[in-house]
Each structure stands twice: as structure tokens, then as C-alpha cells.
Design a protein around this ligand. Structure first.
Ligand SMILES: Cc1cc2nc3c(=O)[nH]c(=O)nc-3n(C[C@H](O)[C@H](O)[C@H](O)COP(=O)(O)OP(=O)(O)OC[C@H]3O[C@@H](n4cnc5c(N)ncnc54)[C@H](O)[C@@H]3O)c2cc1C
Length: 250
């Protein structure tokens, strides 16, 4: 089975991210970048399927040279090779288009992604790829089985789970709970350094969106605690007055 895993290189949630001087981008200074955590579930699932059915796992990323780190992480977990589609500036659709243009030439049986990248939280790439590659897709998947040329995916839906069958090749985006991703062992980290990463020049149309402004979240306003001293009516009155005059919600 030939499995492609799309991996993105994202800022670690534990590092402090600031907006760059132009007010439109993240300032990368001092920011630690990691393999997108949801992509770890996708890589792990690909490796388990390879162990069961044999085949090949290829990690593909769109980005600058720095994105090779995300590919190396996937290689250290056990992927066989990597592909870096080199792009300096992009938006979500352009990333999907770049991925689709390369994936069309790969003839994969299965394309795995994370359910979302933790930087822009788009949750868009998987459905965009499905449209561009004319393949069925299941997103937010928590369980995956292969039966012949059919993938049986269980996905999270509001208040429950949905089990669906997809004809292969197909696209699956991984949700937390799909598996427990393995930690790369030291020998595998060393081996990953020898594994090939092919570099491909970008072949997508220009980005269709541009960022106008980027802001950090507003600091949380301090809450107000009303003292209840047995007179519930007075407290209710005070609360209604605050909601009306200060919060202006009633
Ligand atoms: C070179 C480059 C420059 C960029 N520059 C800017 C910028 O200047 N300003 C800005 O606001 N945004 C920029 N972006 C971010 C871009 O606009 C998207 O937001 C980003 O690629 C992820 O999209 P998303 O959050 O919609 O992904 P989602 O749809 O949430 O991601 C779902 C899954 O898609 C896959 N995926 C996502 N991104 C990639 C990727 N790059 N390669 C391979 N697989 C991927 C992963 O499996 C991920 O788990 C840039 C991206 C790139 C690659």
C-alpha cells in the first residue's frame, strides 16, 4: 500500500508567538517549530497500515527549507521518504493546490492528513484536496480499517460517531484518539538523517487571499463577583443593572 502523509511545520503551542512588525505575519524570532501534533496521528496510522499490509509511507510538506524538520520528524517515526514542495508565500488553497499537483503524480492508495494545523486551524486542506483530486474524504477520523479496496472510517460528529465506507484511493484526516503516536527512537532519528527528501518547485496559482491584519487575543477582562448575603432579590437587581449598564447585553 502506498500512503502519503501531508505534514505541516507549525509553531509549538508552548512558545510565545508575537505578531511581526508588519502586523500581518507571525514573528518567527525565538519561536520553536514542531511537526503539527494532529499530523503525528496521521503518520502513526500510516506506519501501522504499512506494518500490516507492507508498502511505502511518504511524508509531503509545502513550505520553506525549515519544513524539512517536520518531514525529518515523520522519517524518524518510520516514514520511508519525504517530499518538500518549496514555497515561500502561500495561502490555504495554494497549499492544497500544490499538494494536489504533486499527489496526482504519486498514485497513492491512501492520503492521510491531520484534522487541522494548529497555527491557522483551517481544517480546509483535506476537503480541498478531495475536490482537487476527485477523491472521497472523511475528516476528524478516530478509527480506520481497510477492507480490500474500501476504507472504513469512524468519524466524530456532534454528540456521536459516524461510520462510513470510502472507495480507495481516498483522503482521511486524523483526529486525536485515532492512535497513540510513537516516539522516534535515537537510532531511528539517526537513520532519518540518511533518508531521502526530494525537493519540488512550487507549481500552484498565486495565493487568492492575503492577510490584512493580525492581532493577539485581547487580554481577558477581570470578572466581578457579587456577594450574596441572603438577599437574593437585591443581588438579582444588581446583576440585571450591571448586565444592562456595563455589559450592555440586556
Ligand atoms: C510557505 C508558506 C507561507 C505561508 N505564509 C503565510 C503568510 O504569510 N500569512 C499567513 O497568514 N499564512 C501563511 N501561510 C499559512 C497558510 O496560509 C495556511 O494557513 C497553512 O498552510 C495551513 O492551512 P490551514 O490552517 O488551513 O490547514 P488545515 O486545513 O487546518 O490543515 C489540515 C492538514 O493539512 C495538512 N497541511 C496543512 N498545511 C500543510 C502544508 N504546508 N504542507 C503539507 N500539509 C499541510 C496537514 O496534514 C494538516 O494537519 C503560509 C504557508 C506556507 C506553506
Amino acid at each position: 500500500m502506498k500512503i502519503i502523509v501531508c505534514v505541516s511545520h507549525v509553531p509549538d503551542t508552548t512558545t510565545k508567538v508575537n505578531v511581526a512588525a508588519d502586523g500581518k505575519n507571525i514573528d518567527p524570532a525565538g519561536v520553536k517549530f514542531i511537526l503539527n501534533p494532529y499530523d503525528e496521528f496521521a503518520v502513526e496510522e500510516a506506519l501501522r497500515l504499512k506494518e500490516k499490509y507492507s508498502g511505502e509511507v511518504i511524508a509531503v510538506s509545502v513550505g520553506s527549507d525549515a519544513s524539512k524538520e517536520a518531514i525529518r520528524q515523520a522519517l524518524a517515526m518510520g516514514a520511508d521518504k519525504g517530499i518538500l514542495i518549496k514555497a515561500d508565500k502561500s495561502d490555504t488553497f495554494a497549499v492544497a493546490e500544490l499538494l494536489a499537483n504533486t499527489l496526482k503524480t504519486q498514485g497513492a492508495d491512501l492520503i492521510l492528513l491531520g484534522k487541522q494545523s494548529i497555527d491557522f486551524d483551517g481544517m480546509e486542506i483535506a476537503p480541498m484536496l478531495a475536490e482537487l483530486l476527485d477523491m472521497p474524504a472523511a475528516t476528524v477520523v478516530v478509527s480506520l480499517q481497510i477492507e480490500g479496496s474500501t476504507a472504513i472510517a469512524e468519524k466524530e460528529v456532534e454528540g456521536g460517531k459516524e461510520k462510513i465506507a470510502l472507495s480507495m484511493p481516498c483522503i482521511i484526516s486524523a483526529q486525536k484518539g485515532l492512535n497513540d503516536p510513537r516516539y522516534p527512537s535515537l537510532p531511528n532519528i539517526m537513520k532519518a538523517k540518511q533518508k531521502p527528501i526530494e525537493e519540488i518547485a512550487a507549481t500552484a496559482s498565486a495565493p487568492r487571499t492575503s492577510v490584512i491584519k493580525m492581532d493577539k487575543p485581547e487580554k481577558k477582562r477581570i470578572g466581578k463577583i457579587l456577594q450574596v448575603d441572603g438577599n437574593a432579590n437585591a443581588v438579582a437587581q444588581q446583576l440585571a443593572q450591571l448586565l444592562h449598564e456595563e455589559a450592555k447585553v440586556i
